[in-house]
Design a protein around this ligand. Structure first.
Ligand SMILES: CC(C)(COP(=O)(O)OP(=O)(O)OC[C@H]1O[C@@H](n2cnc3c(N)ncnc32)[C@H](O)[C@@H]1OP(=O)(O)O)[C@@H](O)C(=O)NCCC(=O)NCCS
Length: 166
């Protein structure tokens, strides 16, 4: 399976799709068209892996180099890796890339209010609640400064942890 279809496959699995704001089933052909139409300057999709096993996807969308903002996203495709440190590790890699390599300053996330794992993961990265978009959907923001202070311990811990498991 190619990477584009792997992302589609994961995105359509119940444990991912049901937790997303957009819950529509994504069709094979539509997905490739959508992927081909993406502008590399505005979106980045990364597949993260452990021991050469593909596990999930972290992504940045709506990248805006003028406002220095973007939308951050993550999903663990392989359900056997839910509740595994690799998910937060992938997020840390993504936000390090966004804030330090691309020098962006602020990330936004839109999360279903009953999506406890996503809310708690984002909270541990430093995201703060801004407002309700709809009754069951919240909007959150993460500044670079909040990320640096919130993730300091996690980054240290993950570095040690990754070293041990190599
Ligand atoms: C967001 C996500 C990557 C967090 O993963 P994580 O850090 O491994 O999650 P946690 O460690 O907090 O998991 C805690 C518990 O919830 C379970 N869990 C986490 N996500 C779950 C899901 N999508 N479906 C069912 N159970 C899930 C875990 O198995 C674990 O179970 P436990 O209570 O028996 O220990 C993962 O939940 C996911 O991919 N969710 C679907 C996509 C999504 O919601 N993305 C964010 C959209 S804004």
């Amino acid at each position: 399976m190619d990477d584009i279809q792997l992302i589609r496959y994961w995105r359509n699995l119940d444990h991912v799709r049901r937790r997303m704001v957009m819950t529509d089933y994504i069709e094979r052909n539509g997905h490739r068209k959508w992927f081909d139409s993406l502008n590399d300057d505005l979106v980045r999709y990364f597949i993260f892996s452990l021991d050469s096993k593909d596990i999930g996807c972290v992504n940045m969308t709506k990248i805006n180099f003028i406002d220095k903002t973007f939308e951050g996203g993550v999903f663990c495709g392989d359900a056997s890796y839910l509740n595994h440190w690799v998910n937060i590790w992938a997020c840390v890699k993504l936000y390090n890339f966004a804030f330090f390599d691309l020098k962006l300053e602020k990330s936004f996330a839109t999360i279903l209010k009953d999506n406890k794992p996503a809310l708690s993961l984002n909270k541990s990265l430093g995201y703060k609640f801004i407002e309700d978009v709809e009754q069951n959907i919240g909007r959150f923001v993460l500044t670079r400064a909040e990320y640096v202070s919130a993730s300091e311990k996690i980054q240290r811990y993950l570095r040690d942890f990754a070293k041990q498991s190599m």
